[in-house]
Ligand binder design. Structure first.
Ligand code: ZN
Length: 285
């Protein structure tokens, strides 16, 4: 299991690799993703199917001669176990620094921040300490050309406004509209709970585990996972605009059941297969 979240904006671009199951490095090659486009790694929990691929991904970065530091976020108590994997990968020496970013397991936290974005976490409800992630773009301002013309502001003065200066009594707020930041949440593995709801609240894209179908709801509860219906309902109730179902149990021969049950709960559902690329819905006006 692995999901690469990519977000770009006027501030630049961010590639956050969330989870790193066995074979992730090979799949990145198949997907045409260079290791250099991964800015940071975030592990939800220390179950093997979410972290055993750390070794391969880090070893690839060593081979590629990466020098940029690699922030690695995970639940705080998972650090010692994950260190077994990272130590092995980096034992021969690495040209980059690995930066541990332990996340609080009992409350929301912020584990990474950059120019124009941040990565938030919230505890999830699984069988071992688990956190989910949410990449949030800062709100920005969208210039309104007609307002600029009315105010008689043009050329280099526009840049001055954008830097927060006042030009002939005009400030940026007078000639622009709020452009809400976009957000993507990755929620896995978990039963329903407050953390999952907080992460999913109002996101543009909710990537969420949907291990089981309705018929196996008892198994979902026992193993602390979600059904497709629960995952899609979580998205609807939290106001997530598009829901992407991942982490489907191999017990089901096709994806149709997941799509059918989830679509009864949310109007915009994607059931993802390996290597699928899912776009964020268009920016809201
Ligand atoms: Zn798990």
């Amino acid at each position: 299991m692995s999901v690469l979240v990519r977000l770009d904006g006027p501030w630049g671009r961010l590639g956050l690799l969330v989870d790193c199951g066995e074979g992730t490095q090979r799949q990145l090659v198949h997907a045409g993703v260079a290791s250099s486009s991964i800015d940071a790694v975030a592990v939800t929990h220390a179950h093997g199917d979410h972290c055993m691929g750390l070794h391969g991904v880090l070893a690839r970065m060593v081979l590629d001669g990466r020098t940029a530091p690699v922030p690695l976020a995970c639940p705080a108590s998972a650090v010692p176990r994950l260190q077994l994997l990272t130590d092995f990968a980096l034992a021969g020496g690495a040209p980059f620094a690995l930066q541990w970013r332990p996340a609080a397991e009992d409350r929301p936290d912020v584990v990474l921040q950059g120019p124009g974005w941040r990565v938030e976490t919230a505890p999830l409800a699984h069988r071992v300490p688990t956190v989910g992630y949410r990449v949030v773009e800062d709100d920005g301002r969208r210039l309104l050309p007609e307002r600029l013309a009315q105010a008689g502001v043009a050329g280099p003065d526009v840049g001055r406004l954008q830097r927060g200066e006042t030009v002939a009594g005009v400030v940026l707020e007078d000639v622009s509209a709020l452009r809400p930041g976009r957000s993507v949440a990755v929620v896995m593995d978990t039963a329903l709970g407050d953390g999952a709801r907080a992460l999913a609240a109002g996101v543009d894209l909710l990537v969420v585990e949907a291990t089981y179908l309705d018929a196996d709801e008892g198994l979902a509860e026992a193993h602390r996972h979600l059904t497709a219906r629960q995952a899609a309902r979580l998205g609807r109730e939290a106001g997530a605009r598009r829901v992407v179902l991942v982490h489907l149990s191999q017990r089901y021969p096709s994806l149709e059941g997941h799509l059918r049950e989830a679509s009864e709960e949310h109007p915009d559902v994607v059931v993802a297969s390996d290597l699928d690329v899912v776009a964020l819905p268009p920016r809201l006006p």
